[in-house]
Design a protein around this ligand. Structure first.
Ligand SMILES: CC(C)(COP(=O)(O)OP(=O)(O)OC[C@H]1O[C@@H](n2cnc3c(N)ncnc32)[C@H](O)[C@@H]1OP(=O)(O)O)[C@@H](O)C(=O)NCCC(=O)NCCS
Length: 414
């Protein structure tokens, strides 16, 4: 079946959104306000559609946008974020995603993009395109009565305070707080105007109506906003009139461990609440150890999350810093992609360049994406056959150089 793959026109946004929603099984109805929102935010030159050759209907969707990704060392690297990927069930496994991805990589080459990122709906989809899982998400469920905390809320011992504010106030201070938090979190990405408007109910997607949230802000003794917890709660009572509510954390941002501690303790002090679900956290989050009994926080989700595709190895490896000095020569395989070649990384100098020197390690570009933010273990990838050691000791050096003291973390779906 023939299909035309190309950037869409604004007049095709309705049909394109229907394809996105149908692909994601969210809805088929598309409202005028959905279309207006996309017209405002989508970069149409980066919004691709696949159009059926016979009916002319949009049967595949794909979009990318400019994003900033914090890498180890704190640099905010401009990357290309891939989103809204969907092909109608009637047109799957006919190569449409492959064609849209190829067009995206060609455009990324022209733009000079360093990396591409995405959140993979399913694990097997994106490795073939050179993406590798680069961060891990963990969600805990806290059994509040088991925490060992005193349930009576009292102001934080550090002199800070917690106040409940409305969404409008969160909209005012949230972006600046988030920018400061993400600068210290490798794996975190920026949040644009649309993210903030949707998160605070100023704009709504018809298939995902806004639900009112609570916002607990932590201020230091000096009055500086240093953290926020955004949460919802269900309304659940037993027949015997015993409250059994669960708090679901939507977002918890903290500039300091003090703010983090105060916010978790606050959430665990709310009357009627038996369980707190933490939302997406880093696998080495402080949380369990901020509770007197860390075992009261049970892991309920642990999965790969942000996927990274290195497009320009020299600039990508030059953009982050490394835990220890060391020189590694990497032979990167990238079938039909732009990253293939042999590279010499001088981690001490923070410089990567192409080289003719003998390789220390051979790996595919997908494994490089997994190593990039410091989460994956080179030794583990070597055991899995995804990294091949050409010089004895090179795998151990790669782990010393690439891995980070704290694990990278991306809290945002995009
Ligand atoms: C994922 C999706 C976009 C793939 O689109 P598609 O046009 O069918 O993909 P292609 O035909 O280009 O597939 C290329 C290859 O990937 C494989 N593949 C695609 N999707 C896959 C999946 N979900 N699981 C396993 N393999 C998959 C295909 O079998 C094909 O392999 P082959 O070349 O060996 O035959 C489509 O299945 C879809 O819309 N799924 C539901 C929504 C979704 O998951 N979107 C992704 C959000 S991140």
């Amino acid at each position: 079946m023939s299909a035309d793959v190309r950037p869409i026109a604004e007049s095709e946004l309705h049909d394109w959104l229907r394809a996105v929603h149908t692909g994601f099984l969210t809805a088929t109805r598309v409202t005028d306000s959905d279309v207006a929102q996309r017209a405002k935010y989508n970069d149409l030159a980066r919004t691709q559609g696949a159009f059926d050759g016979e009916t002319g209907r949009c049967v595949g969707a794909f979009r990318s946008f400019a994003q900033e990704l914090t890498v180890p060392g704190g640099a905010a690297v401009p990357v290309s974020a891939v989103s809204n990927v969907g092909v109608l069930p009637t047109h799957r496994r006919q190569g449409l995603l492959t064609r849209m991805m190829a067009a995206e990589f060609a455009a990324a080459g022209e733009r000079g993009d360093v990396l591409a990122t995405l959140i993979a709906a399913e694990y097997p989809i994106y490795g073939r395109y050179g993406f590798g899982p680069a961060t891990t998400l963990t969600e805990w469920e806290i059994d509040v009565p088991r925490t060992g905390l005193d349930r009576r809320w009292s102001a934080p011992a550090d002199g800070g305070r917690i106040d409940l504010v409305d969404a409008a106030e969160f909209r005012r201070f949230g972006p600046a707080l988030h920018d400061r938090v993400r600068a210290a979190v490798p794996g975190a990405v920026d949040r644009g105007e649309r993210w903030w408007n949707v998160a605070t109910g100023l704009e709504e997607m018809s298939h995902r109506p806004y639900k009112e949230k609570f916002h607990a802000v932590y201020r230091t003794a000096q009055g500086e906003v240093a953290g926020v917890a955004v949460y919802t709660a269900d309304d659940h009572w037993t027949d015997a009139k015993v409250p059994q509510n669960t708090v679901q954390v939507q977002d918890l941002l903290a500039l300091t461990p003090q703010a983090e501690r105060a916010l978790w303790h606050f959430l665990c002090s709310i009357d009627w609440v038996l369980k707190v679900r933490t939302g997406y956290r880093a696998p080495d989050d402080l949380l369990p150890h901020l509770l007197p009994d860390p075992r009261s926080a049970r892991v309920v989700t642990s999965a790969d999350f942000l996927w990274v595709r290195v497009l320009d190895v020299v600039r990508a490896l030059g953009a982050r810093t490394y835990e220890v000095p060391g020189v590694l020569v990497l032979e990167v395989a990238d079938e039909a992609g732009p990253a293939a070649g042999r590279y010499r990384l001088d981690a001490g100098a923070g410089v990567c360049e192409r080289t003719q020197e003998a390789a220390d390690l051979r790996l595919g570009v997908s494994a490089l994406g997994s190593l990039y933010l410091g989460d994956a273990s080179a030794a583990r990838l070597a055991a899995l056959g995804q990294v091949v050691e050409e010089r004895p000791g090179a795998v151990a050096s790669a782990d010393a150089v690439f891995r980070t003291a704290r694990r990278p973390w991306c809290p945002d779906v995009f």
